[in-house]
Design a binder for this molecule. Structure first.
Ligand SMILES: [Mg+2]
Length: 132
C-alpha cells in the first residue's frame, strides 16, 4: 500500500465526529474562535440538538479576528461530512448552505462557506492559515 492509498483509506473510514475534532483542534491552534453544537442522546435514546431557529444549521462557525489587521478578519461556515455521508444532507442543510454561499459571493472573501470531508484536510489547513 502506498502512502497515498493509506491516507485515502484513513480519510474514507474517519467518522464525522473524529473529523470534527481534527478541524476544531486545528482551527483553535491557529487562533480561530470556534462554535459547534453537540447533539445529545435523550433517556429514550433519541438523538437531538437543542436549538431554536431553522433546522440544518451548519456544523461549524469560526471567526478569525486578531484586532490588528482587519483584512485578516474572516468568518468560515462549514458543514462537515464523513466520506461515506458526503452526499447525504439533512433537512434544512442545503438551504442554509445555499444562503451562506450567496452571502460569501457578496462579502469579498470575509465570509466563506464550505462542505468538507476528511479528504479536504490539506486544503482546510491552508484555508485556516489564510493561504487558500
Ligand atoms: Mg455534518
Amino acid at each position: 500500500m502506498t502512502t497515498a492509498e493509506y491516507r485515502q483509506s484513513v480519510e474514507r473510514s474517519m467518522s464525522e465526529d473524529a473529523f470534527l475534532s481534527q478541524v476544531v483542534g486545528l482551527a483553535r491552534s491557529l487562533g480561530w474562535r470556534v462554535h459547534h453544537c453537540r447533539p445529545v442522546v435523550t433517556r429514550s435514546g433519541r438523538v437531538m440538538t437543542p436549538i431554536q431557529g431553522h433546522e440544518g444549521f451548519p456544523d461549524l462557525v469560526m471567526n478569525y479576528f486578531d484586532g490588528e489587521d482587519e483584512r485578516r478578519d474572516r468568518c468560515l461556515i462549514a458543514e462537515l461530512k464523513s466520506w461515506k455521508g458526503r452526499n447525504r444532507f439533512g433537512p434544512g442543510q442545503p438551504e442554509w448552505l445555499a444562503a451562506w454561499r450567496a452571502i460569501e459571493k457578496r462579502s469579498n472573501g470575509a465570509v466563506r462557506a464550505f462542505t468538507w470531508t476528511p479528504a479536504d484536510l490539506a486544503d482546510i489547513e491552508l484555508i485556516l492559515r489564510g493561504e487558500l
